[in-house]
Design a binder for this molecule. Structure first.
Ligand SMILES: Cc1ncc(COP(=O)(O)O)c(C=O)c1O
Length: 427
């Protein structure tokens, strides 16, 4: 009989490795009821200058404290948070915004929403985050900002990126949608950038329902973000004057109530995930063909939304990454492919249908050479997506140590059955 579950053998993992998510407790229920009964359900229920008593205000303050930032503003989604970051940096028609090739669509669509042109940088094969060398090679007089994504929660090299951005006078945005609670050089992710965005939708490591945070150390950028998310009214303005053609992105008190519980649990959860992934990295050192991403010593805490790791085809005796992945899933270890296809291969970019005006990429205000995303090529992002990357979702890393041992046992079992792995159809 076959040893592998995919060929009818016994599964290594019998019970689900994924832990329940999102997490809540009786205090969350009490806080929600408190908001309900208070009849103060939104920001306008409080004085905009003095938000004492507001759960939004308390959540923003707790979020900024945990992430070592000065100002945090709650908004409606991670996508609108990124849009807000670009707006406050002055991104508009005619600008270019450099974004990583491997990320979620919002990290690039935020530029399009501002009528700017996304330019794709390659990722660093050591840790799958945006490669500062690629960023520098793409800077033009039209570049207004870089969106650096802490992909899978791995903090980017914000030292190198910050230096490049300062040298060229452009803004640095951290997209921390995967990285809440992570730390770079002992300080919260996002605090090293000009402005940062953190999605808090239900799957994320800080889950509150829907919503997001914009964080910055600059009072001017904070005021500008507040202005933008509040329909173009300045904070605390008594008059009803609207001074910016903006939008409304306010979070409700209910989500902030959930945020207070989530932020209080974040540190412990992040420590547990980081300890478990380091244990997996150490275990993989004995398994040829599997390896963890390189953790820069300046990464003082990696709180992975997705724990990406590497399948090394040259060390796996002719097995393809997708054969390994299928067999792993069949054994009871749910495993994904890691980084998505490079964003420029999605039809939005590849087809290049930009509407009647052609904006933003064929906008008359755009003075760059013609943009044709079918010629964009980021070799590392393409190779990593096709043959190398694997990932496990973050709730698995919240499990007990015995679950990490089960994962390592499964890796060893597959490694010692390469002949069977090679028979798997992976087309
Ligand atoms: C890297 C990244 N940025 C931004 C977002 C957008 O967040 P939201 O779904 O809250 O708009 C996501 C969401 O999955 C994401 O993964």
């Amino acid at each position: 009989m076959s040893k592998l579950a995919i060929h009818g053998g016994p599964k290594t993992v019998q019970e689900s490795l994924a832990q329940p998510w999102p997490v809540y407790d009786l205090d969350d229920e009490a806080r929600l009821l408190d908001v309900l009964r208070s009849r103060k359900w939104g920001r306008s229920s409080y004085n905009y200058f003095n938000q004492e008593g507001s759960k939004l205000f308390a959540f923003e303050k707790a979020f900024a404290d945990v992430h070592d930032g000065k100002y945090a503003l709650s908004v409606s989604t991670g996508t609108t948070a990124l849009e807000t970051c670009l707006r406050v940096l002055g991104v508009e028609a005619g600008c270019e915004v450099i974004v990583p090739a491997s990320t979620y669509i919002a990290s690039a669509s935020c530029a399009l929403i501002c009528n700017a042109v996304p330019v794709f940088a390659d990722i660093d094969p050591r840790n799958y985050t945006i490669d500062p060398r690629s960023v520098e090679s793409l800077i033009t007089p039209r570049t207004r900002a870089v969106v650096a994504v802490d992909f899978g929660g791995m903090p980017c090299d914000t030292d190198a990126l910050g230096q490049i951005c300062r040298k060229h006078g452009i803004g640095l945005v951290s997209d921390c949608a995967h990285a809440h609670g992570g730390q770079w050089r002992g300080k919260g992710v996002g605090s090293h950038a000009d402005v940062a965005a953190y999605s808090c939708m239900p799957g994320k490591v800080l889950a509150i329902g829907e919503g997001a945070i914009v964080m910055t150390n600059s009072e001017a950028l904070y005021e500008s973000a507040f202005h933008y998310h509040h329909a173009g009214r300045e904070r605390g303005a008594e008059s009803q004057d609207f001074t910016w053609p903006a939008t409304t992105l306010r979070m409700s008190e209910f989500e902030a109530a959930m945020g207070l519980g989530a932020i209080s649990r974040l540190g412990e959860q992040a420590d547990r995930r980081f300890a478990n992934l380091k244990y997996l990295h150490a275990g993989m050192e004995q398994i040829p063909g599997l390896t963890g991403l390189e953790i820069d010593p300046r990464v003082t805490r990696w709180n992975p939304f997705r724990w990406h790791f590497k399948f090394v085809p040259e060390e796996f005796d002719g097995v393809h990454r997708d054969q390994f992945r299928k067999a792993l899933c069949a054994e009871g270890v749910p495993c994904g492919i890691g980084p998505t296809k490079p964003l420029y291969t999605f039809s939005m970019f590849a087809k290049g249908e930009w509407g009647k005006t052609g904006c933003p990429v064929r906008c008359p205000l755009y003075q760059g050479p013609p943009v044709d995303y079918t010629t964009t090529h980021c070799p590392e992002a393409e190779r990593i997506h096709t043959t190398e990357a694997l990932d496990l979702q973050h709730t698995i890393l919240l499990g007990p140590r015995k679950n990490m041992d089960l994962i390592l046992d499964t890796f060893r079992k597959l490694r010692s059955n390469v002949d069977e792995l090679r028979k798997i159809d992976h087309a």
